[in-house]
Each structure stands twice: as structure tokens, then as C-alpha cells.
Design a protein around this ligand. Structure first.
Ligand SMILES: C[S@@+](CC[C@H](N)C(=O)[O-])C[C@H]1O[C@@H](n2cnc3c(N)ncnc32)[C@H](O)[C@@H]1O
Ligand code: SF4
Length: 396
């Protein structure tokens, strides 16, 4: 069934909105910095996983189909495009058959520049993909090599050209800033290249040196040094400055978009709306409960094969205090900030009155502003110390 054949029944428009995240835990090779749940796997392992993933989708649909219609789907990883293309088609067909997916749904696929070709992209688009997120990271061949990436800038440009040939404009690109040996000029050139190419959505992530990665070992044994804080701040400020001057809006600390290209799916996470994660290690938030699947591939497969049950690892219904903390933490990441009226409606509490002295100090020190719409929003300096700032606001 192709996406265009799919129809909703009349009652679906009255249902609550759900977003679905699908995790594909496979990559063609592992990048030095990456701690995402992803691995290199054989065709048999991939086939077994996708079969079980579809079984999980069917099981989960029994819990949610009746109450929800789907507003966005995000197939991420890992590298979803390292699967043979019919798997993405089958996965999407399985979702369309088992959930009510809105015709307007944003459907994103994460791809690596050297794991796609014209046939694959055509098939993805015919299956309903209407947004692509490409992991470029940097245009510098030297930086890409030191990250353990296997693609070139030419691969990236070819991928963008193919997607556009098929008429899809909604393209996002990931870059990393603050990598060892990366210079400010590399970051500037990467951003300017993406602007010139007219990429309407850019995610610029500050490097996190994650436990268990090859990069962490190299940094710990002194083989590589990360740029100092001042350099990273300068890189981030440069990204913000160049992008905003060129018509992009920073709608979240790491996400920049031209008008109409903000990602609906991304915003669901920060607005604490309902999303269902399926697949290995996938996280969900539904009706105030956070839950996640096992990160162990064998356990994931066996649970679905032997007992036909969902391999949930943990589940926690948030207390009101935890919800309040999340509201502050997630909203301050975004340009909309913390809506004090919405906070009062949800929790029956005046946040401004409760944290009066702390907020006044943060505003005085130019980390926060209070808008005339009664929203607390981070300044650029605030974004740079976001974790500390949130901690100060949520601790009593
Ligand atoms: C889950 S990855 C998947 C995307 C795709 N596999 C790729 O790498 O091209 C999404 C993005 O997270 C970012 N990322 C991964 N590990 C990171 C780290 N340790 N620090 C900062 N950004 C990271 C990269 O920009 C990457 O493109
Ligand atoms: S960054 Fe992307 S390609 Fe690299 S290991 Fe992580 S998920 Fe795979």
C-alpha cells in the first residue's frame, strides 16, 4: 500500500495526537564519538530485528490505535538507510495499517550520505517519507576522517541533489561543533556551505564526549584534546550569528530553521506531548508516563519471538513535582520558553512568585528575559549555561 492510498476514518480527526519514533540500531560502521544504541550487523540480524519491530508495532497499536491518530513519524538510529529499502517501506506500511496516520503527518527518515542512492530515495518517498535528516557533521575532510566518518562532502551533495530531484525540499542536516582539531573556520565554512545550498533546517550539536566511545579513550589517554570552553562558545555563537543573519530561527538550543521548516516531531519532545517509541532502546512518553524498551538486542528479539510481549525495560509515571521540573527543563531549551500562564493552568502554581528572587537574579544577570506574553526565555548567555540555570530554577 502506498502512502497516498491510506485514508482515515471520520472519527480519527477527534482522536488525541500521537508521534511515533522508530529506532533502527544498525550502522555500516561506528563513528568514534557515538554512544547511540547502534551496531554493525549482518543481513540476517537486520531481517530478524525488522520482523520483531513490526510485531512490536502491531502489539502497541492495540494499546493506542483506538485513542490516537498519528501526527508525525521519525525513523532514526543508528542509520535507517543502511537497511535495504524495502524494510523502510514495510515498516511504514505496518504503521499505516495499524495506526490512523494523518495525511498531513511529518514523516522523517535519518540517512547517512553514503548509504543511499537514487533507487532508495525514490522508494522512501513513495513510501511516504516527506522529510530527510542527513548526518553531514562537517564539510572538512580532515574533521570527518578524525570522527571516523566514511562519507565525503561529494556524497552529501549528491544525496541532497537526489532528494530535491524528487521534489522534496524538507531537508535537515546535522553538524557537530567542538570536535578535537576542528577550527572555528571549519565551523564557519560548514555553516556557510549549508546556507548557500539552501538547507532549510540545521541541527548543530555541541560535542559530548560520551562514556564507552573510542573518542573518550583517545581524549583520556591524551591522544586528542577537545577545544577549550571559550573556543566552543565562540563556535556556537558564530553558528547562531551566521544562521540568524541568514533568516534561520533558533527554535531550540541546537535547532535552526527557515520559516515553516521547524520540525513538528522535535517540538513534540520539548512540549511534553505524547510519543510512542518502538524498537531497541526506544523511549516513550504517554499520558504522563515515561517508559523505555530494553537496550539488549537478544532480549528484544526473544521477548517478541517467544512470548509476543513488548520488551519494556522501565516504566515510570511522573509525579507532579517531576512534571514541573520537566516543564521547566524542556521549555527553556526552546525559543518559546516557559509559558508562565500555561504552567499555572497545568500545575495551579505561580512559578514567577514561587521563584521570585532566583528569577530576578537570572534576569538581572542577563541569562533570562521575561516577555510581555508572560514567558521566561533564555538569552544567548542563558543557553550556554542551560543545565546550571535549570538546576537553579528547579531546586528549592
Ligand atoms: C542518532 S545520530 C543518527 C544520524 C546518522 N546516523 C548520522 O550519523 O549521520 C544523530 C546525530 O547526533 C549527533 N551526535 C551523535 N553523537 C554525538 C555526540 N557524542 N556529540 C554531539 N552530537 C552527536 C550527530 O550529529 C548525528 O548526526
Ligand atoms: S553518528 Fe550516526 S552513523 Fe555514526 S555511529 Fe552514530 S548513529 Fe551510526
Amino acid at each position: 500500500m502506498s502512502f497516498s492510498e491510506f485514508t482515515l476514518d471520520e472519527n480519527d480527526s477527534k482522536k488525541k495526537s500521537l508521534s511515533i519514533y522508530v529506532h533502527i540500531p544498525f550502522c555500516n560502521s561506528k563513528c568514534d564519538y557515538c554512544s547511540f544504541v547502534s551496531m554493525v550487523a549482518s543481513p540476517e540480524e537486520k531481517h530478524r530485528y525488522v520482523t520483531n519491530l513490526m510485531n512490536e508495532i502491531k502489539l502497541q497499536s492495540k494499546n493506542y490505535r483506538e485513542f490516537y491518530s498519528v501526527s508525525s513519524i521519525y525513523i532514526g538510529g543508528g542509520t535507517p538507510s543502511c537497511l535495504d529499502n524495502y524494510y523502510i517501506r514495510d515498516l511504514l506500511s505496518c504503521i499505516y495499517k495499524n495506526f490512523a496516520v494523518k495525511n498531513s503527518a511529518e514523516i522523517t527518515l535519518e540517512i547517512n550520505p553514503n548509504s543511499v542512492d537514487q533507487t532508495k530515495i525514490r522508494e522512501y518517498i513513495m513510501s511516504g517519507i516527506n522529510r530527510f535528516s542527513i548526518g553531514l557533521q562537517s564539510i572538512s575532510a580532515k574533521v570527518l576522517k578524525s570522527m571516523g566518518r566514511t562519507h565525503s562532502l561529494t556524497d552529501y551533495k549528491k544525496t541532497v541533489d537526489i532528494i530535491r530531484e524528487f521534489g522534496v525540499k524538507n531537508i535537515s542536516t546535522d553538524i557537530i561543533i567542538g570536535y578535537p582539531n576542528q577550527k572555528l573556520i571549519d565551523v564557519k565554512e560548514t555553516i556557510n556551505y549549508l546556507i548557500k545550498l539552501g538547507i532549510p533546517h540545521i541541527s548543530a550539536y555541541m560535542l559530548q564526549v560520551e562514556k564507552g566511545t573510542k573518542l573518550k579513550k583517545l581524549v583520556d589517554n591524551g591522544s586528542l584534546g577537545v577545544p577549550d570552553d571559550d573556543t566552543v562558545v565562540k563556535m556556537y555563537d558564530t553558528v547562531v550569528d551566521i544562521l540568524t543573519k541568514n533568516g534561520y530561527k533558533r527554535y531550540e538550543i541546537s535547532n535552526f530553521a527557515k520559516p515553516t521548516y521547524e520540525s513538528y516531531h522535535n517540538k513534540v519532545y520539548w512540549k511534553r506531548k505524547d510519543y510512542l517509541g518502538v524498537g531497541l532502546a526506544a523511549h516513550s512518553y504517554i499520558d504522563g508516563t515515561r517508559f523505555a524498551n530494553t537496550e539488549n538486542l537478544t532480549e528484544y528479539n526473544e521477548k517478541l519471538e517467544k512470548s509476543f510481549t513488548i520488551p519494556t525495560k522501565y516504566s515510570k509515571t511522573l509525579t507532579t513535582e517531576e512534571k514541573k521540573e520537566e516543564a521547566v527543563m524542556l521549555s527553556l531549551r526552546t525559543c518559546d520558553g516557559l509559558d508562565l500562564d500555561a504552567y499555572k493552568n497545568e500545575f495551579g502554581e505561580n512559578f514567577l512568585a514561587k521563584k521570585k528572587d532566583k528569577i530576578a537574579e537570572l534576569i538581572k544577570n542577563k541569562f533570562l528575559i521575561l516577555t510581555k506574553e508572560n514567558k521566561l526565555v533564555c538569552t544567548n548567555s542563558g543557553y550556554l549555561v542551560l543545565n546550571k540555570l535549570v538546576l537553579e530554577l528547579v531546586t528549592n
